[in-house]
Design a protein around this ligand. Structure first.
Ligand code: AMP
Length: 406
């Protein structure tokens, strides 16, 4: 064994969480009390320099050049066995699946029928669902007989009413092709609901909140009495807030205009998804921490990127209030939401008229000494900082669905 001493937990059984992104593979191993035992990151898949590492283990997992998701999964599982992290097949395997269309309102056990239904949703998420399926197919053949669970980014938002999910387009686009707003980050927003209810001492079904997930991808959701009723992402995860390298909302008239400048469909796709957002505005980085440092050193474009990010977010927080009958808390999560006192302060500074007010000390401490609360005594509403843990939610759902009678 080359790595550190693996944690116990494998004796009782493990849960494996698989998250296949377009060029990455993330695995997490949990014990049955939902404590994380190990995590693995494989990057640059399908590229010359594909790599994989088990966290805390200096020895990389050897991968073939241009390793596919399937090859990477096989190599990583083999390494987990060889290095002692796994000694038997997992009790259940949970897969993050990006798009569940209107078909999936909650997590499901995967069988041939549900696998085909996930494949049917691929036209709505051509960059994501096919790689999610590659992960599912690989672990089904590596571990035949082990329950496999699909947990969908879209499922939590299936309670959106038509007024929130319909685009003002000819209705036939929705009826024939399913063109509507679906929303994403549902696992994280659902976790914010349960954690907010717990912190406030309420039942989730009585809890109403605005949940702002601010990471590399960013989205916001209005949750009314335990149901998602509005969210900022749409047909794809491109709509809404400013993100690391995604533009969020733009005027659709932009497409015609850029065509006159010789920018075609493929290039525009790349620009909106990979070269816009914080990266596009700052010209420097998609990473908020870097931009905060640059802005402090006087880099103007970085300060502007932060301004646009916070102002768009503040506008969306205001917009989400139109969907709610009551507001128990505004919640910040994700790498930026959890760690950046500056972004929270700057965003809420635009929302004084709605009655939000932040306590500077609680905010600087990220709410850690105040049960998540960062609002001041003058605030009309509680404001919370809560760490998200999507992998743990997927592990919990997998355990629940794999052992339905316990
Ligand atoms: P995630 O995708 O949730 O891992 O979030 C990644 C984003 O969180 C990146 O933009 C990071 O720069 C940002 N982030 C993490 N820590 C901080 C911090 N202390 N201040 C500002 N941004 C941060």
């Amino acid at each position: 064994m080359t790595g550190p001493e693996p944690a116990s937990g494998d004796r009782q059984g493990t849960l494996l969480v698989v998250n296949c992104g377009s060029s990455t593979l993330k695995l997490a191993l949990f014990d049955l009390r939902l404590h994380k035992i190990a995590s693995v990151l494989a990057e640059k898949l399908e590229q010359f320099q594909a790599t994989a590492h088990i966290q805390g283990d200096p020895a990389p997992v050897p991968l073939p050049s241009h390793a596919s998701h399937r090859q990477a999964l096989e190599a990583v599982i083999q390494a987990l066995f060889e290095r002692g992290w796994l000694t038997q097949a997992p009790v259940a395997i949970g897969h993050r699946v990006v798009h569940g269309g209107e078909r999936f309102r909650q997590a499901v056990r995967i069988d041939d029928r549900t696998r085909e239904a996930i494949a049917d949703c691929a036209s709505l998420a051509p960059l994501h669902n096919p790689v999610n399926l590659a992960g599912i197919d690989s672990t089904r053949s590596l571990f035949p007989g082990v329950p496999q669970i699909a947990v969908f980014d879209t499922a939590f938002h299936q309670t959106l009413p038509p007024r929130a999910f319909l685009y003002a387009l000819p209705q036939r686009f929705y009826r024939q092709w399913g063109v509507r707003r679906y929303g994403f980050h549902g696992t994280s927003h659902a976790f914010m609901l349960t954690e907010t209810a717990r912190l406030l001492g309420q039942l989730p079904e009585q809890t109403s909140l605005i949940s702002a997930h601010l990471g590399n991808g960013c989205s916001i959701a209005a949750i009314d009495h335990g149901h998602s009723v509005d969210t900022s992402m749409g047909l794809t995860p491109l709509e809404g807030l400013v993100m690391g390298s995604r533009s969020g909302d733009v005027d659709p008239g932009l497409f015609d205009f850029l065509k006159t400048k010789g920018i075609g469909q493929d290039e525009l796709h790349r620009i909106l998804n990979e070269q816009s957002g914080l990266l596009g505005l700052s010209g420097q980085s998609n990473d908020m921490r870097t931009l905060c440092e640059l802005a402090d050193q006087g880099h103007e474009a970085s300060a502007t990127a932060i301004d646009v990010f916070c102002f768009r977010l503040a506008r969306y927080i205001g917009a989400m209030m139109a969907s709610l009958r009551r507001l128990d808390a505004l919640v910040f999560t994700g790498g930026i939401g959890e760690n950046s006192a500056r972004i929270r302060r700057q965003t809420l500074a635009s929302l004084g008229l709605l009655g939000f007010a932040v306590d500077p000390e609680r905010n600087s401490a990220h709410g850690r000494q105040s049960h998540g609360h960062i609002e001041s005594g003058a605030s009309r509403f509680p404001v919370l900082v809560i760490a998200t843990d999507e992998e743990r939610v997927i592990a919990g759902e997998s355990l629940r669905l794999a052992t339905p009678h316990t």
